[in-house]
Write a protein that binds this ligand. Structure first.
Ligand SMILES: [Zn+2]
Ligand SMILES: [Zn+2]
Length: 187
C-alpha cells in the first residue's frame, strides 16, 4: 500500500467537516489502493459519486476476477441493507406482517435447519445476519481476492434472498423503501 503524500487526503471525515465536504475525497486509481480492499473502496467511491448510476457501480474493472468483484458487491449490499432494516423495524412487526410476503408470494426462512414461516421482520433479520455471516466466513471465503469455486455457488442464493427484503419493503412499506432509496447516500 502506498503511503499518503501531501496531495492525497485520507478517506476520513474530520470532526467539524462542512456538509458539502462530507465523503468528498477523490477516488484514487485502482492500482494505488490497498489490494485486498481495492474493490470495496472502488465500489464505495462509485456509490458516493452517483448512487443512481447502477451500471457504473456494477461495471468490473478490466482484467478483474469476476467472483471477487461479485463478492464485494454482495458485501456492500449487506452493509447498505442494514440502514433499510433499521427503518423497517419501526413499522414492520409480527402484527403488520405475520408472513414474509412480497406481492402475493410467500417465502420461508432458510436460516433454520428446516425452512420456517418466520414473520417478515424476523425473516429479514435472519436472512441478513445469515448472508453477512456467510460472507464473513473464513471457511467459505478465506480470501477476498480469490473465491473458491464451491463458494461462488452461494452467490445466487444470497442475492435471491436479499432481493426479497427489497421486494417486501417495496410492496408492504413503500414510504420506507423510498425514504431509504433517496436518503441512503453514505456508506
Ligand atoms: Zn413488513
Ligand atoms: Zn427465520
Amino acid at each position: 500500500m502506498s503511503s499518503l503524500t501531501a496531495k492525497q487526503s485520507p478517506r476520513r471525515n474530520r470532526p467539524g467537516i462542512r456538509a458539502e465536504d462530507w465523503c468528498s475525497w477523490s477516488t484514487p486509481p485502482l492500482e494505488e489502493m490497498d489490494t485486498t480492499l481495492a474493490f470495496q473502496q472502488l465500489i464505495q467511491s462509485r456509490v458516493r459519486s452517483d448512487p443512481t448510476d447502477i451500471e457504473a457501480i456494477l461495471q468490473p474493472p478490466e482484467s478483474t476476477d469476476e467472483a471477487a468483484w461479485q463478492y464485494e458487491q454482495l458485501r456492500q449490499i449487506c452493509l447498505e441493507l442494514n440502514s433499510l432494516v433499521t427503518l423497517l423495524e419501526q413499522e414492520c412487526t409480527y402484527e403488520t406482517c405475520p408472513e414474509m410476503k412480497a406481492d402475493e408470494w410467500q417465502y420461508l426462512c432458510a436460516a433454520h435447519p428446516s425452512p420456517q414461516p418466520c414473520c417478515a421482520i424476523d425473516y429479514i433479520m435472519h436472512t441478513l445476519d445469515g448472508a453477512t455471516a456467510l460472507l464473513n466466513s473464513h471457511r467459505h471465503f478465506p480470501s477476498r481476492v480469490s473465491i473458491p469455486e464451491p463458494s461462488i455457488k452461494q452467490f445466487q442464493n444470497i442475492a435471491r434472498r436479499l432481493y426479497r427484503v427489497f421486494a417486501h419493503a417495496w410492496f408492504s412499506h413503500r414510504e420506507i423503501f423510498l425514504e431509504s432509496e433517496f436518503t441512503n447516500r453514505t456508506v
